[in-house]
Design a protein around this ligand. Structure first.
Ligand code: IPE
Ligand code: IPE
Ligand code: MG
Length: 231
């Protein structure tokens, strides 16, 4: 079984570069190539929703020049890939607060979202300036403002007010680079996600590594509280 929604924490670009005597920026460049290939592979496989952790709210704490380079890579990626996204029928969405980004970045993101809004083959969510806790705070504020009575609030109400509204929760979350934590990623949506950790650094996460992760996922029994015999 394939996940309907795959979410990825693309970690280890810096360590990948360091191990090769390269700059962190080379690591991010290589990581962008890996992300591009993953998008294509997931589309070919027929995965409906792919979410990539691209820039966390906490990543603002990084050196200014590294942040600037990450934005440059993102804008370049979106500009270069727009046609290919359209050809592959991939719709771009952003999870996160875009208003904090430089104007140029916001502009190209908005342009790509607009130009791909009718694509239905796959949804590519980029988590940008994303924080799972902030997403929940934002959802609660919007619910309060919408006038919904507190008595009517269900977990669906909350789901509908998240950035991922209308999309299924991730079935599988992959994190590369050996770290085993969620780093404030999709906290509400991850309630029943399967987690897969690999020591491979993100730039080395090729389609063979993806196949391994998907094979591992398909061998798992998801019980959702039931006993194994009930499945
Ligand atoms: C992931 O790689 C990319 C982003 C967080 C933007 P890192 O830059 O975190 O790489 P490490 O963890 O330092 O190796
Ligand atoms: C998580 O990676 C964020 C992204 C992949 C964009 P980090 O490298 O920033 O996470 P921590 O700080 O090590 O948890
Ligand atoms: Mg990291």
């Amino acid at each position: 079984m394939l996940p309907e929604h795959l979410a990825v924490i693309m970690d280890g670009n810096g360590r990948w570069a360091k191990a090769r005597g390269l700059s962190r920026s080379e690591g991010h460049r290589a990581g962008t190539e890996t992300a591009k290939n993953l998008v294509t592979r997931c589309r070919e496989l027929g995965i409906g929703h792919l979410t990539l952790y691209t820039f966390s709210k906490e990543n603002w704490a990084r050196p200014k020049d590294e942040i600037a380079q990450l934005f440059d890579l993102l804008t370049l990626f979106l500009k270069k890939e727009l046609r290919s996204l359209q050809e592959q029928d991939i719709r771009l969405k952003v999870l996160g607060e875009l208003s904090d980004f430089p104007f140029g970045v916001r502009q190209v993101v908005a342009h790509t979202i607009n130009k791909t809004k009718n694509c239905r083959g796959m949804t590519l969510n980029l988590a940008l300036n994303y924080s799972g806790r902030d997403e929940l705070v934002r959802a609660f504020k919007n619910i309060a403002e919408s006038g919904i009575s507190f008595k009517d609030i269900t977990d669906e109400t909350i789901s509908e007010h998240l950035y991922t509204s209308g999309q299924p929760d991730p079935d599988l979350i992959i994190r590369t680079s050996g770290e085993q934590r969620l780093s404030n990623y999709l906290l509400f949506q991850a309630a029943y996600s399967e987690l897969y950790f690999t020591d491979v650094y993100w730039p080395d996460f090729d389609s063979a590594e993806l196949d391994k992760a998907l094979e591992n996922f398909s061998s798992r029994q998801r019980r959702f509280g039931k006993t194994g015999d009930q499945i």
